[in-house]
Design a protein around this ligand. Structure first.
Ligand SMILES: Cc1ncc(COP(=O)(O)O)c(C=O)c1O
Length: 474
């Protein structure tokens, strides 16, 4: 078979036609994001089941496939890229990164080992170095880009375990707050720890880990023969955006000879702002930090990062050699990503971070993050002016948590009322908010982090909240 006969081998011209056809769908989709519903998954199960089909033996037309994806499937989803997405942790997905991903996939170079693409590997190394500088780590630091925060937390737990514990590590104990993201518990589980190895410490009135309780737990566990080795702090919890006392945690970890890891998956990039840097004082003293570009740098889903202050620890905990592999780099400044991370073959994630930063510089990102801090504060002030609304957590970063109070209602009834309240806010489909449980209280969160969310959408959000309150008061 010749290349011309294989539908797998596109010429440059054929590829251009394919990309142009895709762009004909993508461009109107992007332009209409603000008008699309903030979330619409009604009938999702029927839709999903209707798609099951046998493995296709022959291809179908491009239009048929694009119609299915753009007209039927994309609209049935949370509009995670739109300005009204204030749920969970948004980000938005800057299109520059989509173009970078297309380039990375089209050239399909191998960046798992340095020798296969030295220059491209260096671009990714530059990104890691920039992130280390944002955190305040020195020249010995190292890191890598992951698929997201969960995998980054996993590698952090493995690095801490292999640095501080023997091969028989089951008495090792990890300390987290009751507000920590569940990916840390999952990381401990995947790293081989039993459930009881993760000690959950209470949080204070601002949802920050209680240092006194942490210190007491560490002391008790030592006496009981356990091996406390890892403290995890949060630089922005998922529930409320609370930032732990990172300097206090650094002191404790240092005092007890423990590894101090900071989960900054949501909040870490606020270090680019004055307010964020002040809130996260002490982060530079941690042993490792997770930052998620697909949150705070507004990238599309698929890029997280782990940064480690003493890079040698990361390398020691992730290196395995094999005879069939090419020679690895001994020089400090040249990185084989397979030796500092769990993956061998991997996408060239670095380009999706590097290209937007090179094209735009860091300033628009810092400005965007500052704007999100302002919008969350503004929302909090507006909420306070609505009769019956109680602020459960003031913004420490870009999340505000609130609920409707109603004297005389028991706690279950009040939780149900707030679930109804949330459904009413979301029913206009101009914003999409989600809830969480805070000390047994169902609480609604507004998380402002999409680069597409500005004051106009926040005004709609407050308008929909006021309207829902009025409906419930009727
Ligand atoms: C604080 C925090 N840590 C970790 C994660 C997990 O990140 P990912 O979803 O990228 O795996 C999240 C996700 O929202 C998070 O908010």
């Amino acid at each position: 078979m010749s290349a011309a006969e294989s539908p797998l081998e596109l010429t440059g011209e054929q590829l251009r036609a394919l990309v142009d056809a895709a762009m004909d769908r993508i461009a109107p989709h992007i332009d209409s994001l603000p008008q699309q519903p903030a979330a619409d998954v009604a009938g999702g199960a029927e839709l999903a089941r209707s798609l099951a089909e046998p493995l296709p033996l022959r291809g179908c037309s491009l239009n048929e496939v694009f119609d299915l994806v753009f007209d039927r499937l994309v609209p049935k989803s949370f509009n995670t890229a739109g300005p009204g997405y204030l749920a969970y942790i948004p980000g938005g997905g800057i299109p520059h990164a989509a173009v970078a991903d297309m380039i990375a996939d089209a050239v399909n170079r191998y960046v798992g080992v340095w020798v296969a693409a030295p220059g491209l590997a260096q671009l990714e190394s530059n990104v890691v170095r920039w992130f280390c500088e944002i955190v305040g780590y020195g020249a010995n630091s190292a890191g890598f880009l992951t698929s997201g925060g969960s995998l980054a937390n996993f590698s952090a737990v493995v690095a801490a375990r292999r640095t501080l514990l023997p091969d028989d590590f089951l008495t090792g104990t990890i300390y987290v707050s009751d507000q920590v993201h569940h990916s840390v518990q999952k990381a401990a589980m995947l790293a081989g720890f039993p459930t009881e190895a993760v000690r959950v410490v209470g949080s204070d009135g601002l949802f920050r880990i209680r240092l006194d309780e942490l210190e007491r737990c560490i002391g008790e566990d030592r006496l009981a023969g356990r091996a406390p080795f890892l403290i995890v702090g949060s630089a922005g919890t998922t529930n409320t955006g609370a930032v732990d006392d990172l300097a206090g945690l650094a002191d404790l970890a240092e005092h007890h000879g423990m590894w101090f890891h900071v989960d900054g998956a949501y909040g870490g990039f606020f270090l680019l702002t004055d307010r964020g840097r002040a809130a996260m004082r002490g982060i530079e003293r941690s042993d490792s930090v997770v930052l998620d570009p697909h949150k705070g740098m507004f990238l599309p889903y698929g890029t997280g990062s782990l940064l480690v202050r003493e890079g040698a620890a990361l390398r020691r905990s992730h290196t395995v050699n094999a005879d069939y592999m090419p020679p690895m780099q001994d020089e400090e400044d040249l990185v084989d990503f397979c030796q500092v991370s769990p993956e061998l073959s991997r996408p060239f994630r670095g380009l999706a971070v590097w290209l937007p930063l090179k094209l735009l510089g860091i300033e628009p990102f810092a400005r965007g993050l500052d704007e999100k801090l302002d919008l969350a504060l503004w929302a909090s002030e507006q909420l306070k002016s609505i009769d019956g609304i109680e602020i459960v957590a003031e913004p420490q970063l870009s999340i505000v948590a609130f609920r409707l109070s109603c004297p005389g209602l028991c706690s279950d009834a009040l939780n149900d009322l707030n679930r109804d309240f949330l459904a009413r806010i979301n029913s206009r489909q101009r914003v999409y908010l989600t809830g969480t449980m805070l000390a047994d209280r169902f609480t609604i969160r507004i998380c402002v982090l999409s680069f597409r969310t500005h004051m106009d959408r926040m005004e709609l959000c407050i308008e929909d909240i006021r309207r829902a309150v009025r409906e419930l008061r009727r």
